[in-house]
Every structure is written in structure tokens, then in C-alpha cells.
Write a protein that binds this ligand. Structure first.
Ligand code: PDD
Length: 277
């Protein structure tokens, strides 16, 4: 069961116009919320980021935060499995025409679609994962969680073909983020990540990792990170709502640090798991 434009219905009955601007232009934004034992994790933060994404593209938020929260909880209750990944999607709708500027008086399309949460496997957690790297060829508003995901599709497919879990991106010699994750680096016992700006998505997991590092007195620097620092790091982590904190132990075929999951990755994953429960 999913939610589309005001009602809950079986997925097979949910249809959207072929001329929806989400379909024609990727004119919309989205969120992915992890749900553990039917409890949405960091729901308020995800709804707040959705509001920020909508504001950034000049699309009026169709619902108040409380209504979003209620709809997400109703959608969760309708599934027959406990751990979920709830996909929220809002587009500028459509009026049957393919015209770039915003249409007048068109209702947005709102979709809430829970699916089973696919978490990293026990082996990926224990051994870490491999990543490739690539130039960050996305646009300059990566802070918006936009439906325009062609770069992500191409980069993640390149990663898959290389038998890798993620693609780490660099722009002008500096670390930006993963194709669908934020990236943290550990060097000489200090955790570091790039600052939030228009070049990266302000990750909900990124914020939590920073919060946990601060609460537990771990050394942390938020600053621009060079490609050379990434390539000579002791540890590299990817963070996202569906991957949590996952160690990258090989980058472009080269071991990261010792080539095994590092002590701070284990520590942070432990703090994250404790926080979740
Ligand atoms: N992606 N950066 C990018 C480009 C992302 O697409 C994501 C998440 C993140 C991590 O953000 P968060 O911690 O809030 O999940 C960073 C989601 C999971 C996706 O597109 O499926």
C-alpha cells in the first residue's frame, strides 16, 4: 500500500500522468526515511529537509509538518513488514503541457511509498566495502534533494560494474560526497568531513554522526578535504539513511589505511546502533 495525492491504495492502482513534470523534467524533490521496527528514524529532520528542498525549488509545501508525519506513520502501519524505507516524493504536478516555466494553479503530485529496508549485509559491516571515485559532474545545487538523479544513476552503475558499493566524488581536487551518501575521513585519529554547502546534500546521518562525535568527545574537524587526504586516509566511511555508517576499505582498488574496518568506524557504528535503540 502507498499514498498518492490524498489516498492510500495498492501500488498496482497508483498511477501518475505521463505528463507529470516529475516525469518530464525531474521537477520535484524526495526523501528516504529509514524505519526500524515501525519507528521512523529522525522523522522530523527528514520532513524539515523536505521542506527546505521544496522551498529551494519554489514549490509550495502541500502539507504542514504534523500532517506529513501523520501520513508517514499511516503508511508505515499499512505494511506487513517491520523495517522499512519510506520514500517521499513531491513534484510540481502537470497541466498536460510540456512547458518549462512553472504552471499556474497546478496541484503537486505527492507520493509516499514504503518498501522493505535493505541494510548493509553482516559481511559488508564486518569487512567494509569497496568504492570507485569519479569527478563530481553534478550541478551546483547538490544541497537540494532533487529528483534529477541521472548523475547518481550513471555513477552507481559504474560502481556496480566495478563490483563496488559506492562512488566517491571529487570536485576541483576536493572531496564532495558519495553518489548517494556523505563521506567521512579519519586521519591520525581525527574524524573529518566537508562542510555543508551547495556542493553536498546536508545528510541526516551526517548530522547525527557529527552530533555523536561531539557528544562522545571524539576529535572532529569540519573542513574542506583534498583528494590527496582522502587517498592517504586511515579510514573512509560512507553515511546514509539506508547504509548508516559503513566503512570503505578499498578505493579504486587501493586499500584505505590498513585495508580493514578501522577502530573509529567500529566506534561510530556502535554509537549509532546504541542511539537507534
Ligand atoms: N541518499 N548525499 C547524497 C547525494 C544522497 O543521495 C544521500 C542519501 C546522502 C545521505 O543523506 P542521508 O543521511 O540523509 O540519507 C548524501 C538516499 C538514501 C537515496 O537517495 O536513496
Amino acid at each position: 500500500m502507498l499514498y498518492l495525492n490524498g489516498s492510500f491504495m495498492p501500488a498496482a492502482q497508483a498511477t501518475i500522468s505521463a505528463l507529470d513534470r516529475g516525469c518530464l523534467f525531474g521537477d520535484g524533490v524526495y526523501e528516504v526515511i529509514p524505519v526500524y521496527s515501525r519507528h521512523p528514524f529522525r522523522l522530523e529532520e527528514h520532513i524539515a529537509r523536505l521542506a527546505a528542498s521544496l522551498a529551494s525549488i519554489g514549490l509550495a509545501n502541500p502539507y504542514a509538518p504534523e500532517h506529513w508525519q501523520s501520513l508517514v506513520r499511516q503508511a508505515i502501519a499499512l505494511q506487513d513488514y517491520e523495517d522499512q524505507s519510506v520514500y517521499l516524493h513531491v513534484t510540481r504536478g502537470g497541466n498536460g503541457e510540456r512547458d518549462f516555466p512553472f504552471p499556474d494553479d497546478v496541484a503537486p503530485t505527492v507520493l509516499i511509498n514504503p518498501s522493505r529496508l535493505v541494510m548493509p549485509s553482516a559481511e559488508q559491516k564486518a569487512r567494509g566495502v569497496s568504492a570507485i571515485s569519479h569527478a563530481d559532474f553534478r550541478w551546483l545545487r547538490c544541497d537540494i534533494k532533487s529528483l534529477n538523479l541521472l548523475p547518481t544513476v550513471l555513477l552507481r552503475e559504474a560502481a556496480r560494474q566495478a563490483d563496488c558499493a559506492e562512488c566517491v566524488m571529487f570536485r576541483d581536487g576536493m572531496l564532495s560526497e558519495g553518489a548517494a551518501s556523505n563521506i567521512f575521513v579519519v586521519r591520525q585519529g581525527v574524524i573529518a568531513c566537508p562542510p555543508k554547502n551547495h556542493l553536498i546534500l546536508p545528510g541526516i546521518t551526517y548530522d547525527l554522526v557529527i552530533e555523536l562525535a561531539r557528544t562522545h568527545g571524539l576529535a572532529l574537524e569540519i573542513r574542506p578535504i583534498s583528494e590527496a587526504e582522502v587517498r592517504s586516509a586511515d579510514e573512509l566511511w560512507m553515511t546514509s539513511s539506508t547504509k548508516e555508517v559503513l566503512a570503505i576499505v578499498k578505493l579504486d582498488g587501493q586499500p584505505v589505511g590498513s585495508g580493514a574496518v578501522g577502530p573509529l568506524a567500529r566506534r561510530m557504528d556502535g554509537l549509532y546502533q546504541d542511539f537507534k535503540h
